[in-house]
Design a protein around this ligand. Structure first.
Ligand SMILES: NC(=O)C1=CN([C@@H]2O[C@H](COP(=O)(O)OP(=O)(O)OC[C@H]3O[C@@H](n4cnc5c(N)ncnc54)[C@H](OP(=O)(O)O)[C@@H]3O)[C@@H](O)[C@H]2O)C=CC1
Ligand SMILES: CC(=O)N[C@@H](CCC(=O)OP(=O)(O)O)C(=O)O
Length: 315
């Protein structure tokens, strides 16, 4: 098998390092490494970007746009982990399980935008319901959750690690302007992005997100059990998105945001009141796994024509 040449632009950062670790042991891949002293040198980045079969961008948005502009050949494909191209024309959204045919679209694309960590939990929960007509596209939703601090990149990791007594739980996004809102609207099928209010916790990695649904008002006649059945049917057979059993329970010990760390899995749970008119869809995943580096490797596998699970299942 010819080894595919992969260059990770931003490999010293939180997401880049994780992707490099996931690819390092693979014998179907040749990693093109940049001299650490030149990692922000534009000419050296241009050389490596153009030498790569696939360039994976793990950079701030402006640097990611710059990298794309530095590519001057038709061969190099791109996976961009930043927010820069997620709703841009000509780019394919890299959430393979999002819709029928999406994995094939990713496999056939040379410009793939890796999804944001927060949007994935929402899109996985809501898109099948909107597509099936169970939930009206105009439903006014809210979305919230907690992420580990690695979600904020190197700077936030350093702030948490060096702080004497970081807050265990810190809400943010309190002006409702988060950079993920455009992709949330674009890929759920909702006519309005939800009211989104995230939080960060004093743990490095992992996330739990919540879509509360007041079905008696948002989708009269729709019951929580039907939502569970629709999601279970939609994701049946998927390796990386699983729907957990419908449970009537006050609390569930397994709902620890760190439970899927270092995996590429996303789990969906549906909870409800006795009548099934008040529901909650919970997504559990690793912000650095399915939320970033795992998804990037899954997309890379698809683009290289490898099995999607290559390097992503526990040994
Ligand atoms: N962390 C997460 O959970 C997720 C992150 N993402 C996205 O992935 C991207 C990377 O995020 P993350 O890894 O967390 O961020 P980090 O800040 O940890 O890493 C970014 C890396 O890019 C480097 N860099 C900055 N500017 C340039 C440049 N002009 N040329 C070359 N390298 C440069 C930085 O170097 P230096 O630090 O020296 O400036 C750093 O090593 C971001 O767009 C982020 O939004 C997406 C999903 C989840
Ligand atoms: C805890 C924390 O700060 N998280 C980041 C999201 C990280 C991420 O996923 O950013 P992109 O997907 O857009 O690259 C935030 O809310 O801005």
């Amino acid at each position: 098998m010819t080894r595919a040449k992969i260059y990770i632009d931003g490999e010293a950062g939180t997401t880049g390092l994780q992707i490099r670790d996931r690819l390092a042991a693979r014998d179907d891949i040749e990693l093109l490494a940049i001299d650490p002293a030149k990692r922000k040198d534009m000419d050296e980045r241009r050389r490596l970007l153009n030498a790569a079969d696939v360039a994976i961008l793990c950079l701030p948005d402006d640097a990611a746009r710059e990298s794309v502009n530095l590519i001057d050949n038709d061969r190099t494909a791109v996976i961009d982990a930043s927010t820069a191209h997620r709703v841009a024309p000509g780019w394919t959204y890299g959430f393979a399980e999002m819709a029928r045919g999406q994995a094939e679209a990713i496999a056939g694309s040379k410009r793939v935008a890796n999804p944001g960590c927060w949007p994935q939990g929402l899109i996985a929960a809501i898109r099948p319901l909107v597509e099936a007509g169970l939930l009206p596209a105009g439903a006014p939703l809210s979305y919230n959750g907690v992420s580990g601090y690695s979600g904020g990149g190197r700077k936030m990791v350093e702030d948490y690690v060096s702080a004497a007594d970081p807050a265990p739980f810190l809400p943010y996004g309190l002006t409702f302007k988060h950079k993920h809102l455009p992709e949330m609207a674009a890929y759920t099928g909702l006519t309005h992005a939800p009211q989104f209010q995230p939080s960060v916790g004093n743990f490095a990695q992992g996330m739990l997100t919540f879509v509360p649904l007041r079905l008696w008002a948002q989708a009269p006649g729709l019951k929580a059990k039907a939502i569970h059945e629709m999601l279970a049917e939609r994701y049946a057979g998927e390796t990386f998105v699983k729907v957990m059993p419908f449970e009537a329970t006050e609390r569930l010990a397994g709902l620890d945001p760190r439970a899927l760390n270092d995996t590429n899995e996303l789990r969906l749970y549906v909870f409800a009141d006795a009548a099934g008119d008040e529901a909650l869809i919970v997504s559990l995943y690793d912000n650095l796994g399915k939320g970033a580096s795992g998804a990037a490797v899954q997309n890379l596998n698809l683009m290289l024509g490898r099995p999607a699970t290559t390097g992503l299942l526990p040994a």
